[in-house]
Design a protein around this ligand. Sequence first.
Ligand SMILES: Cc1cc2nc3c(=O)[nH]c(=O)nc-3n(C[C@H](O)[C@H](O)[C@H](O)COP(=O)(O)OP(=O)(O)OC[C@H]3O[C@@H](n4cnc5c(N)ncnc54)[C@H](O)[C@@H]3O)c2cc1C
Length: 439
Amino acid sequence: MKKILIAGAGQGGLSAGYNLASAGFDVTIFEKRERGKTGHDWHDVFNSDTFDCSGVPDPFPVKKESGILRKAYDPDFISPDMKHVVKNPKKPSWSCYYLDRKFLSDCLISECEKAGVKFVFGAEVLSPVCYEKKVYGLNIQKDGKKFIVYGDMIIDSAGLYSPVRMNLPDNFGITKNYPEKDIFIIKRCYFDRTDDDETPDFYKLYFFLNGKLGIDWLQIYPGYADVLSGGFGSLTDLQVKNAHTSVRNANKVVGDKIIRGGYEAKIPISLTNAKIISDNFAVVGDSASMTVPINGSGIELSMKAGKILADVIINADGDYSAKNLWNYQFRYQKKFGEKFAGVRTVRLLLQTLSPDDVNYLFSSGIIDSETAFMGGEGLKTKDILSKAADAAVRKGIVLKANKALAEYACFKAAAYMMPEKYDAEKVDRWVKLYNRLVF
Ligand SMILES: Cc1cc2nc3c(=O)[nH]c(=O)nc-3n(C[C@H](O)[C@H](O)[C@H](O)COP(=O)(O)OP(=O)(O)OC[C@H]3O[C@@H](n4cnc5c(N)ncnc54)[C@H](O)[C@@H]3O)c2cc1C
């Protein structure tokens, strides 16, 4: 029986592990946290087709009734000076799961165990065991003891700062460190409410609040106010404090007692790593930078990627060379990776704008409910960019928008050139090109 080792019980690794164990593979997941301590202290939202598409059984028999499956609403957008609000048309845009992350994590672990996956909790993966371009195993530390485990195939699902990816030799060609500008730093707090749940639920998204390069959101739910402060590349305690004060001043419903969360977390918000495979090795989830580049939603993408990876391994007939695993990278990139090039372009454009520029985009109607919510998909890249490019009044924005459009076109061309079949030289050339344009 082929032995699969997975570093980290992230959603991507759990999805791959579930599908591989169900197909008869010997799967072990090494997770540094203890059983019952994985996940996060907040709720997440993700697409309702995630379980079906990732092959993992939907663990929630009663959905609508329990409030787990619900319609998602886009937020109202607020300009940096708080003078302009682009109202969400209040049409539910997509059907999603709304789930406590700890609950999700526990359910996935339980489904994996039913399928035969073995877990070693409290086991910190220190680095990969490599020779030439092949990964043979993992260096692990548990209960103060260090040891090595060897496997036929190693999957890295240990998140943004995975010591597996970050300790790979350079000749693997896998990006080890993502640039600061591509890391979204977040502090998410659930505050109490001051109004005994009288105010109906609402959702607001603030751009560059108090001049901070980033976004803040306020979501009002029964029993609590979800306030998220995020910065691209950096986020200071003072910025978070000021954001909380401004949000509270504008929304009296937000109390000052933190009832959940309140710690810092980071999300990679670029496009997928140019290379996510090598001999006997594949990366999945945040470690591979598989999130939506503007809001960092990565649960759905990680789980769907885990399923693609498992299918490729199952069909590889025991040969887990880069040549066969390239199929995983190619299929993921074509189905999901390229889709987010436009969203990333908008995010990069936003990062080059000043709060005044963004105020202008609101006040001149360039960001309006049509461009922001058309089709219910939120911030439509093409329309925003072309409208910004049309805004000849403000020259700086036009130049930046045109530059962003040109970069977007280059990226699309590079994505189109991705080799379908693995050829080491061609792949290396393509990876260099992609990296020049993305990282
Ligand atoms: C504030 C915030 C809100 C978010 N909201 C959403 C949302 O609403 N919807 C959505 O889709 N996504 C959301 N995301 C993104 C989502 O969390 C990730 O994209 C997704 O979890 C990626 O999964 P992953 O498989 O990479 O694993 P991760 O969730 O990154 O998990 C990695 C696992 O590896 C373990 N690990 C790390 N290092 C080691 C080690 N050395 N040894 C052993 N184990 C290790 C960790 O303990 C963890 O269990 C949010 C993220 C944040 C920070």
